[in-house]
Design a protein around this ligand. Structure first.
Ligand SMILES: Nc1ncnc2c1ncn2[C@@H]1O[C@H](COP(=O)(O)OP(=O)(O)O)[C@@H](O)[C@H]1O
Ligand SMILES: [Mg+2]
Length: 255
């Protein structure tokens, strides 16, 4: 059973088996005034699924962007699979994002002129990596896209498009997949399928997912939930139910 490190406790690191994501005392300030992240420490083991919740402005997007090397922290350090992002130059950082990190967005971001299959394999072609046909076949099967590979994204339902985006994000077996409100544009049924797919890929193939969500029902699919407030991880739940998360957010004054 994967465990996630509680915040504010010492981070115990095993150098022989680095965490998929490690953030140590990460701070991000804007113009020296707004503190979007305030000494956040977080360890996400390989093969685990973390949800990040919290009210608007609490620092969720900043956390995701700093964790994924899209934004540079003002202080602290971020490691992806044991590699510190901070010291990398722009080229190496771009390569790390391309080869070792997957992204899933609320709006799918599939390319409309490519087929579903071309969309899924695009990151591999861009990085020049040889496609692992068995893995791709497994992904397509799990995502229920077997009969849609020749179609364009516009021919798919919203949920199918997001499942294709997940297959694309996982095609290169990245160290971590970051998902920003992946079910924000989906109805409850399609959302459940998308979350079930993410959870299945975590549980059965030891993939690692960090997902920002406003929805306690979505977060309940994860192994653990970090609730942010004022740039810090305010609360941390291991295996919470949707009802527990909803109660916690009400107490916190979230919408
Ligand atoms: N580019 C920016 N410039 C200045 N302040 C920013 C910028 N991005 C975010 N912030 C501020 O940082 C805080 C955290 O924002 P954000 O990470 O977007 O929160 P969330 O995703 O939880 O809504 C907020 O106070 C926000 O106004
Ligand atoms: Mg945000």
């Amino acid at each position: 059973m994967p465990t996630l490190q509680q915040p504010k406790t010492a981070l115990r690191e095993d150098p022989t088996r680095p965490a998929a994501l490690l953030m140590r005392e990460v701070t991000k300030t804007y113009d020296g005034a707004v503190t979007a992240l305030d000494r956040v420490s977080l360890q996400v083991p390989r093969g685990s699924f973390l949800a990040v919740m919290g009210p608007s402005g609490s620092g969720k997007s900043t956390l995701l962007h700093c964790a994924a090397g899209l934004d540079s922290p003002t202080g602290g350090e971020v490691y992806i699979g044991g590699t510190a992002i901070g010291p990398l130059n722009e080229t190496k950082r771009t390569m790390l994002r391309r080869d070792r990190i997957g992204f899933v967005f609320q709006s799918y971001n599939l390319l409309p002129s490519l087929t579903v299959e071309e969309n899924i394999t695009l990151p591999l072609r861009l990085s020049g990596a040889s496609a692992d046909r068995r893995w791709l076949g497994e992904l397509v099967k799990r995502a229920g896209l077997g009969r849609m590979l020749r179609l364009r994204p516009g021919d798919l339902s919203a949920g199918e498009q997001q499942r294709a985006a997940i297959a694309r994000a996982l095609a290169g077996r990245p160290e971590v997949v970051f998902a920003d409100e992946p079910t924000g544009a989906l109805g409850p049924e399609a959302a459940d399928e998308v979350l079930g797919l993410l959870r299945e890929l975590v549980d059965e193939f030891a993939q690692t997912v960090v997902m920002v969500t406003h929805d306690p029902n979505a977060a309940a699919h994860a192994h653990a939930t970090a609730v942010m407030a004022g740039g810090r991880i305010d609360r941390y739940f291991a295996r919470p139910t949707a009802a527990e998360l909803a109660r916690s957010l009400v107490r916190q004054g979230a919408p």
